[in-house]
Design a protein around this ligand. Structure first.
Ligand code: HEM
Length: 150
């Protein structure tokens, strides 16, 4: 069905946007950044958040109304692991997001935010974990789609 194809496309597109946004955050974060770079990181984080919401939305639509039916997925071990990894990725995203949001008042006054080396390391580590969890999600998605884990 064409609608199902577009929902699947939305799922892939949201994944692509999330991966690009996280990679951008990883590349831009540093101890000293210009106001412009800090704002770009905040924007990338908003894109990452929106993409995660869309992944959940399109994924739920696929599981409930398209593909193999809700019962198949709810009973599938790789689907359960996939959702668990999705929640872990959401947890890992909390620290960077809180850190980036803290800059807002400084940025509004045109002040560039300064980060300690420890904070940069923590933010980078959290984003790396998000990417590791997303890698695990991809393996689980492929396995569940091909009938494993039922
Ligand atoms: C970071 C999060 C996610 C990523 C990277 C991701 C990735 C993928 C990928 C690559 C596929 C295609 C698998 C294939 O055809 O080989 C897929 C399929 C699917 N995903 Fe996700 N997904 C994510 C989150 C979710 C969530 C939260 C749900 C449900 C609430 C979900 C439900 C589904 C469903 C139902 C399919 C169709 C599987 C099939 O063809 O039988 N996904 N996902």
């Amino acid at each position: 069905m064409l609608t199902g194809a577009f929902v699947a496309f939305g799922h892939f597109l949201a994944f692509f946007a999330l991966a690009v946004a996280l990679t951008l955050e990883l590349a831009l974060i540093a101890e000293s950044m210009s106001v412009e770079v800090a704002k770009r990181i905040q924007r990338a984080d908003r894109v990452a958040g929106l993409s995660a919401v869309l992944l959940l939305l399109f994924g739920s639509l696929r599981a409930l109304f398209f593909e193999k039916g809700a019962d198949y997925y709810l009973d599938n071990h790789f689907f359960q692991i996939k959702i668990g990894l999705f929640l872990l990725a959401a947890l890992a995203s909390a620290y960077p997001t809180i850190c980036f949001r803290r800059w807002s008042s400084e940025l509004a006054q045109g002040i560039a935010p300064g980060l300690s080396a420890t904070e940069v390391t923590r933010v980078k580590r959290a984003i790396h974990w998000e990417l590791v969890f997303i890698g695990g999600i991809l393996i689980c998605a492929s396995l569940m789609a091909k009938g494993f884990g039922s």
